[in-house]
Design a protein around this ligand. Structure first.
Ligand SMILES: [Zn+2]
Length: 157
């Protein structure tokens, strides 16, 4: 049974196998979103969501109907899917790029050192790193494009 209404900012989500690309965008928006684990069927995903208090995000009408807390996504187009998520989950600009796009962990501040490991493009930028995978994130031309897409989808207006 789908949930409606606001107040979900602190909630956690899991996207099913059909929505992994949307999951990545949700993490870009700073929403706590795990991917469906490879090999997990609907039953296992449903149990995992229940045990971990994660709201299921699915395109499967039947799965959504039986899963207690779920959001049904209707579109197959990624931009339309982002719009649907934006209607269902309050998204804040401050949360943009606060979470590892791959691992879903919250990023921590990264102090730039002089050992030359970082490209000169990031000099003076606020750097963040993922405590799990060590990827380094910063706002620049690549993230400007993400912001542009999100704005075109009605997020951060
Ligand atoms: Zn990571």
């Amino acid at each position: 049974m789908p949930l409606y209404g606001g107040g979900r900012r602190s909630n956690k989500y899991l996207v099913d196998h059909m929505l992994l690309r949307l999951g990545k965008w949700m993490r870009i928006m700073g929403i706590d979103t795990e991917n469906a684990m490879p090999g997990f069927d609907d039953n296992m995903l449903g149990l995992y969501c229940n045990e971990n208090q994660r709201i299921l995000v699915t395109r499967d009408i039947e799965f959504s109907a039986v899963q207690k807390n779920s959001i049904l996504i209707r579109s197959t187009d990624i931009r339309e899917q982002i719009k649907e998520i934006n209607l269902q989950i309050p998204v804040k600009r401050d949360d943009f790029l606060t979470r590892c796009v791959i691992c879903n962990l919250l990023l921590i501040a990264y102090e730039q050192t002089d050992n030359g490991l970082i490209h000169e493009d990031v000099i003076g930028k606020r750097l963040q790193t993922c405590p799990k995978c060590g990827r380094i994130f910063w706002e620049g031309s690549h993230t400007d494009n993400m912001l542009k897409i999100l704005k075109e989808c009605g997020v951060y207006t």
